[in-house]
Every structure is written in structure tokens, then in C-alpha cells.
Ligand binder design. Sequence first.
Ligand SMILES: Cc1ncc(COP(=O)(O)OP(=O)(O)O)c(N)n1
Ligand code: TZP
Length: 528
Amino acid sequence: MPKAGKDIDYSLYLVTGRDLLPAGKTYLQSLEEAIQGGVTTVQVREKDADTGEFLEIAQQTIALCAKHNIPVLINDRVDIALAAKAAGVHLGQTDMPIAVARALLPPHSIIGISCTTSEHARAAIQSSADYVGLGAVYDTSTKDVSAPGKVRGVQGIREMLGVLEGSGVRAVAIGGVKSTNLLRTLHGCSSPTGHALDGVAVVSDIVASLEPRAAAERLSSTFGAWHAVPRAPSSFSSASAGYTSARVVEAAAALLSTLRRVKPLVHQITNNVVKTQSANVTLALGGSPIMAETPVEQAELARAPGGLLINFGTIGDLAGMLEAGHHANLNGKPVVFDPVGVGATAHRRQVSRQLLNTWQATVIKGNAAEIGTLAALDEVKAQGVDSVGGFRDPAAVVRLLARQERCIVLLSGPVDYVSDGTTVLKLGNGHELLGQITGAGCILGTAVAAFCGASSMASGDLGAGTLVKGDMLIAAAAGTLALTIAAELAAGRSEVRGPGTFLPVLIDELAALTEEKILSRAKIEVEA
Ligand SMILES: Cc1ncc(COP(=O)(O)OP(=O)(O)O)c(N)n1
Ligand SMILES: Cc1ncsc1CCOP(=O)(O)O
């Protein structure tokens, strides 16, 4: 018999969909194969069947699942759950209230409810739901989610998870979840303190498959691998090793030699103003630049080892940006996101949300206005592309955004701040001439992408539950140190008489940069 009471395994929660079965596959065949592949809970969802047919399907499902000790929940219909002796029900926001269903169902029945908003999540706690279905994460053709606000993205799911923290209410995410986006979904849906999903609810990725067993195995093994990787406090750094300024500088300097050895392909979708200087900076550092925006190229390019920079300064190629990040995530390639001028227009804010809901950024790099906008801080009144002059407590801001977006955050300014959500590195190199050339921030993104690519290439195999390998906190610091130290050296050269002569000499100094120059000049403080 299925496990009694509330102790059920939500990790791979199959929601049935008979209308999606491929030709030649019966419902019970598909279900049994899916269970063999690792499905842990089943919900019978029948949107078109009449009561008699629904009951028959529910009874057949429960009989099959009982053989495998899998609990079965019934979508919407408390009467069917009672008649078929199901383990419980899944209710929607407009279905029977939880308290009424609870009074009708046997003790220990499981009751789940769909949530699309944080208010729904708060109400689910109040009404003692056992679990919630959070969604839709992504667009899906299995259910009409076209009304505004129905697709919440990973940002919406993690907001709801944050509400549920400490409540004991379990949570699964639903809507467009597939084996190809599962790792990114699990990573992006975790709340700022690391509270993670208990499972994912899936229809089409399993039910529409000709090989439901293999489809379920892919989802189940990815979920297991994700949970097996210790990731606190950060996924993209080695914070548990303990950072000191000496260690960070040594590791950053060594990464310059690694970069020159492994020569990462630095794929850049960047704005028209800075393309040439970004390519030259990449070459000077020892990487290999490619500027490619067309969506059809992205899957192939993502297979080449290196790093990806997405700088949306002129947002001309959104489809390419969406594809590039998605494929980079699939291939374990670091993604550096530079949300240029994100506070300047509603369109930029919307595009930035869309990008961050589609793929996982490894590093987000921005000035105070940009970082403040992404962190939704009242302290920031975004005034276009330039920084508004900094924060009262920059270290707290970078920590906050790093935890929120589950990535490394680099705040550029007179002092640069880098954080993985726990450690903050304060980097004090640089020169005012950097502020007098266009695109200094953009080439900082390029340098960071080159170092992230090098770090990931030099870091062995990508584990099954890992999105990116290598220490990305060090890589972000290394890219920053390289550019700012080269700027100091360039500014000191006699032929530099102003911004016009500074840029070519900066590129010369990047090409001539050595580990020793980084070791001797780096100004860094570590705040644990
Ligand atoms: C696990 C899970 N989460 C959400 C839903 C959606 O339920 P609902 O909002 O009631 O919509 P329908 O499924 O009835 O169309 C779900 N079924 N399961
Ligand atoms: C039932 C439901 N509720 C929100 S999205 C959704 C459908 C999920 O189906 P799929 O896994 O095929 O996207």
C-alpha cells in the first residue's frame, strides 16, 4: 500500500494527461513505465471525462500505483477521491475550500492547492494545506496560462517559496518543467536562504513521450543529483574553503595564466557601441572572442568550452539572448549578465526579468543603478545608464542580490564589490580614466566572462547536479583585478594624455599583464 499519512515523496510528481499520450501507448502502459522510471506521486487529472469515466480511471490508477507503493491524488474532485479511496486531492483556487474538503475526506488525507501568488501561499499555510503546486513556472501548452500573471518564472516561484519557509507546507513547481530545464529550475526556484522545492510536477515531458520510463529517469536522476550536491552557502563559489585576501589574490593571479593556457571562447552578445573593444580586450587577455547573436547558432556555440556574456545595452537580439543563456545552462557554461541601463525603461526591466526567468546567470555585473534596480531597492532612483553614486552599505546590497538571484554579483564603482551571497570582496584598484571612455563597464563584463570561462574549463568534469564548475567568485574578482590593474598601469604611461590615448594603451597593458603584476598591485579586502 502507499505510504500512509503525510510522509509522501513529492520529488517526481506526475500529473496525468491522457489527451497527450502518443499513438500506440495506452494510459496504463505509459503510467507503469513512468513509475518504473522514478515517478514518486501521481495525480489523476481528467478535465474532459464525465464522473463515471473519471472514477474508473482513478480506480485503475490507484490499483496500478498500489503495486508500486505510489500515492495517488485526485485533481479537483473530492467525491472521486472518496469513492476511489485515493490518498487525497489537489484543489485549485476556485475549487472546494480546503477546510470543507478536509471535513469530508478521511483523516490523514493529503490536500494540495495551486498557488500563483504569495497571497495564495499565505492562505495555503493558514488553511493547513499539506503541499502547494506553485506555477506556472514557464509557458506550457498543456493548460491555458495565457492570462497576465499566470506564468511566474523562477523569480515568482522563489518568492512564494520564501513565504512558505518554516511553515512545513511542502512545495512542488509546475508548468513547462522538463528534463532540459530542471537543473536551472531547481537552482532558480530556491529562496534566498536556500529553501528548495520538494519536487516538480510534470505532465507533457513524461506523458507525451514515447519512452516515459526514460523521460522519468532523466527527471528523477537530475533531481537526485541536484539534492546530492552540497551548495550552501553558494553554488558558484568555494566559500566553505574560507577566503582570505592573500588566497583570493593568488587564485586570481593564477587564473590569468590558466586563461592564457586554455584560451576560452568568449561568446558575446553585446551592444553595438563596444563590440570592437570587447573583442580586442578578449584577445589581449588570451581568450578567443566570438560575437554571435542569431538564435539558430546558439545550441552549437554553447557546446564550445568557454564563457558567455549577455550585455543587453541595445536589446536588439532578445531571441538570441534567450537561446544563448538556455543552451549555456544546458552545457554548464558560465553566463555573465550585464543589464546595462536596466532602470532606464520599463522595457529593460521586463526584458531583464524575462532573461533571468529563462536562464540562470552565473555572474550579474552592474553599476549601482543597475544592481539597485535588480534588487528592487528603494534606495535607488535609477537615472539611466550611469550609476547614481553608490549605496550606504554596498556590501549588504551585493549580498542581498546574490542571495536573491542565486549567483555571484559584481557591483562596479570606484571600489568594486563582489559577493556570492556570503563573502564580500572589496576590490580597490582602478583609475578615473576608465570612467571617461565609453563601455568601460561593458569590457569589465567581457573580462569577467573570459575568466569565468577559463575557470570552468580548468575545473574537471561537470557533476550531474551542478550548473557551472569552477570558483566563479574568484573568476569575477580576477576579471575585475585584471582590468582595473591594467587601467592603473596604462594611466601611468607617458604616451597617455587623456581618454583617447588611454584605450589603446589599456589594451596593450591587458596583453602585457602578468601574474606578478596582479600579485604586487591587487588591493583587496575580504568581508566574510
Ligand atoms: C501539483 C499541481 N499544481 C497545480 C495544479 C493546477 O491545478 P488547478 O489550478 O486546479 O488547475 P487544473 O489542474 O484543475 O487545470 C495541478 N493540477 N497540480
Ligand atoms: C496543470 C497545470 N497547472 C499549471 S501549469 C499545468 C500544466 C503543466 O503541464 P506541463 O508539465 O506539460 O507543462
